[in-house]
Design a protein around this ligand. Structure first.
Ligand code: PAF
Length: 296
């Protein structure tokens, strides 16, 4: 045991320490010198998270991983209860990737006063795209992200670009509220067939996993059309055709082409193509960067 936490693994030169309470975290954080990077997760860690941890390991002197399934960001009919909780396996991933501290608090420890009455308002972007289908989602995400930034006092924080609207809003929150942390976006990790890694992929049956490929197929078709010099409308059409609405078995929520900061207005030059769809009972999202010919 060190600083009140549990030593979960020990190699010759590395120890990963598991902390459950904010008091344990505060004690362990107090003795860290140099830069601290935090990777926030809801657990069910996969190779995508491992890539985030390795990015953090490269940039920061110390790496903290948080594992917390945040009830604030789940709607009443969403998967909070069945969201996978796999702490032992997650700790193994953290150990392998060289995390120093793993903070896995209970709901009572994160929200000691019950559901917070004061929450971060994500602004208009929080009501669009994911926010349209999941009211209150980004209020919950940004509130817990801000709390975890305060508790870890991190210098850098690492977010996967798979949740592109999330990393965009975290950046904007840090800028708008003067939160002194560098937000680092890390590119999406994919299976060889293109499926973006996600903790929710484990809900998919074999057949649904095949259907889920329609998301990355749509993004690839859009990117190819952009590379061929097609304009925004043609890029979107190519993506829709490749998605195969009505035939693929996936139910499209949105497929949009926007500017890289998700600002409204015409899209020229660098852009982002974003897609969300239901595959059976599972909602999946994906996105890709592309570049439109400014003269198209
Ligand atoms: O992306 C996630 O896993 C969650 O939204 C986050 C950032 C850990 C906040 O709960």
């Amino acid at each position: 045991m060190t600083a009140g936490g549990t030593r979960v693994s020990s190699e010759v030169d590395h120890v990963t320490e598991l902390l459950h309470t904010r008091a344990e975290l505060a004690r362990a954080r107090a003795v860290l010198t140099g830069t601290v990077g935090v990777v926030m997760t809801m657990g069910a860690l996969h190779e995508g998270h491992e890539t985030l941890l390795r990015a953090a390991r490269e940039r920061a002197d110390h790496v903290i991983v948080t594992i917390f399934v945040n009830p604030l960001q789940f709607g009443p009919n969403e998967d909070f209860d069945r969201y996978p909780r796999t702490l032992e396996a997650d700790l193994e991933v953290c150990r392998r990737a060289g995390a120093d501290l793993v903070f896995a608090p209970s709901v009572a420890d994160m929200y000691p006063g019950g559901e917070p009455a004061v929450r971060v308002n994500p602004g208009p972007l929080g009501e669009d795209l994911e926010g349209l289908s999941r009211p209150g989602f980004f209020h919950g995400v940004l509130t817990v992200v801000l709390k975890l930034l305060q508790l870890t006092r991190a210098d850098l924080t690492f977010f996967g670009e798979k949740d592109y609207q999330q990393v965009t809003l975290v950046r904007r929150m840090c800028r708008d509220l003067d939160i002194p942390v560098e937000v680092v976006g890390v590119p999406t990790v994919r299976e060889p067939d293109g499926l973006a890694l996600s903790s929710r992929n484990r809900y998919l049956s074999g057949a649904e996993r095949q259907v889920a490929l329609s998301l990355s197929r749509a993004l690839r078709a859009g990117a190819e059309a952009a590379e061929a010099g097609r304009d925004a409308a043609a890029v979107l059409t190519a993506a829709h055709v490749a998605f195969g609405a009505g035939q693929s078995g996936a139910r499209l929520d949105y497929l949009v082409l926007t500017d890289p900061d998700l600002e409204p207005g015409p899209v020229r030059g660098p852009a982002r193509l974003l897609v969300a769809a239901w595959v059976g009972g599972t909602r999946l999202i994906d996105n890709a960067p592309l570049r439109l010919d400014p003269s198209s």
